[in-house]
Write a protein that binds this ligand. Structure first.
Ligand SMILES: NC(=O)c1ccc[n+]([C@@H]2O[C@H](COP(=O)([O-])OP(=O)(O)OC[C@H]3O[C@@H](n4cnc5c(N)ncnc54)[C@H](OP(=O)(O)O)[C@@H]3O)[C@@H](O)[C@H]2O)c1
Length: 256
């Protein structure tokens, strides 16, 4: 199996749990020291696990990763497209280059990797693709339009792909994390995080929910679950939901 963005946070947590359950895990990310630490923990349970330093912003590197994973792991039965970057920036300060770079890492690279690994999965008649989206995909978090759109694109691609692959034995799971305690919120070049009235959950809680969803063969999982109910409320009254979001942001601005 292959996990992108395995050097920290959700990707590291998922990789370690897959290894603990006996899977040979392939890890990828850019930070060598952090990835090596995660690999060390995976190898305690699964000595054949390995890692590749890959910048997923580079399409050629994505292709090389797919080829190396197929060759060196002897196939990829589970692909976790987890790597991603945040982009908290008000739309009036966004430029096209930024939107493209977010789209490249959060949408185009997982799609490219998926398309490269899919033929072998179909040939084998089984496989799992786990795409880590975000509640931002459905709730359209204010101040994050570029990020929201990249995750919405990944979601739509995943759902259509799930239907296309229905009879093939390849299953697709879309994961919608809410707020998870990771380094995502301290990365530079982002606006400050809004003071949301939601406590971040630990990575282990997200990981447990993903494995539960896999056991149930679910098509999607919101973590925590109640975010799914918020998404349903939004779908029932988009205008009302957006008005509520605007009031929340205005309130935050008044408090600064
Ligand atoms: N934390 C949350 O509340 C939350 C909520 C919704 C969705 N998510 C999604 O969950 C996923 C994991 O994020 P996280 O919260 O665990 O944050 P994180 O700890 O910052 O993890 C992000 C991972 O992506 C990798 N990555 C970023 N850019 C990359 C690139 N160009 N090439 C290769 N790897 C790259 C990072 O590795 P390197 O820096 O070593 O390359 C890191 O391993 C992301 O897709 C994020 O959008 C998180």
């Amino acid at each position: 199996m292959l996990v992108t963005g395995a050097s920290s946070g959700i990707g590291a947590g998922l990789a370690e749990e897959f290894a603990r359950r006996g899977a040979v895990v392939g890890l990828c990310a850019r930070r060598q020291d952090r990835l090596a630490e995660v690999l060390g923990r995976c190898r305690v349970h699964s000595p054949e696990s390995r890692m590749w330093l890959t910048d997923l912003a580079d399409a050629g590197a994505v292709d090389a990763l797919a080829a190396a994973a197929l060759d060196e792991l002897g196939g990829v039965d589970v692909l976790v497209n987890n790597a991603g970057i945040p982009k908290r920036r008000h739309v009036t300060r966004l430029d096209s280059a930024t939107v493209e770079s977010v789209m490249n890492i959060n949408y185009l690279s997982p799609v490219r990797l998926t398309l490269a690994l899919l033929p072998a999965m179909i040939e084998r008649g089984e496989g799992r693709i786990i795409n880590v989206s975000s509640v931002a995909a459905t709730l359209s978090s204010p101040g994050e339009s570029a990020y929201d759109a990249s995750k919405a694109a990944l979601t739509a691609f995943s759902e259509a792909m799930a239907v296309d692959l229905w009879e093939t034995g390849v299953k697709v799971l879309v994961v919608y994390p809410g707020l998870v305690d990771t380094e995502l919120f301290s990365l530079p070049d982002n606006d400050p995080v809004l003071d949301a009235p939601v406590r971040p959950i630990p990575v282990v809680e997200l990981v447990a929910a993903v494995f539960d969803a896999l056991d149930r063969n679910a098509a999607q999982v919101y973590v925590p679950k109640w975010f799914g109910e918020v998404a349903a409320q939004k779908a029932a009254d988009v205008g009302g939901f957006l008005a509520g979001s605007a009031a929340f942001v205005a309130d935050q601005r008044r408090q600064v």
